[in-house]
Design a protein around this ligand. Sequence first.
Ligand code: G3P
Ligand code: CA
Length: 268
Amino acid sequence: FVFAGNEKEPQVLNVAHRGASAYAPEHTIPSYKLGDRMKGDYIEIDLQMTKDGHLIAMHDETLDRTTNGTGQVKDHTLAQIKELDAGSWFNETYPQYAKKKYAGLKVPTLDEVLAHFGSDKKYYIETKAPEVYPSMEEELLRILDKHGLTTKEKLENKNVLVQSFSQASLLKMYHLNPDVPLVQLFWYDTPGSITDGELEAVKRYAIGVGPNFQRIDREYVQQVRKHGLEIHPYTVNEKADMEKLIEWGVTGMFTNHPDRLHEVLRGK
Ligand code: G3P
Ligand code: CA
């Protein structure tokens, strides 16, 4: 089965989760650069929205964990967020990977990330907390459009995949532009299963699903594949798990260690 890349060789997509976030502060330009250098096929970007309507790359709805600020993103303007240090927390938490240059890093906007890496790179973008940010899908499309990522060629080439746990957000994206490839995320706290009916419903708007890998099994993967959908589990950091999932037939996965996944794929 061919999803992307070399037409002759089946490919398992290597998604650099928050960049190469095992080695650099997540959702910063150095983390994304490292993900690219470590042969990630996609840069994964979580989106939050500032008080004044800018989409920024950040996982949490609050500033506390990944910056020296506090409080909700939605209560801060971009100018206020640009004052913050998005790298020192990483140096303190992971001294083995600390680098002086990480101290004082800024939170990037989506616009800045796309300007930095250009329209030939591939981006796997998540609408986070869309119920908190009612217009984030429109703004996302506006920014993608601005960077030439919504042309027929770029959409067919899957230069952008949009993912969300929120079906409502994906349906909104679908209605705004049905050609943007979408991935429905799932989180299971008990062993995951998915019915034919659920998969047919997903297939109406999305090209694939993304479950947490710990709760799925071979049967789940094959059930998804039987419906012709992609399956990109998250977040897979150990080589033994990567190998197991590839053997089950996944078509990609999210990892904080794109270098490890590259080694696993190259070794095959
Ligand atoms: O987007 C896939 C995976 O990243 C979902 O979990 O919490 O890391 O965004 P999270
Ligand atoms: Ca994510």
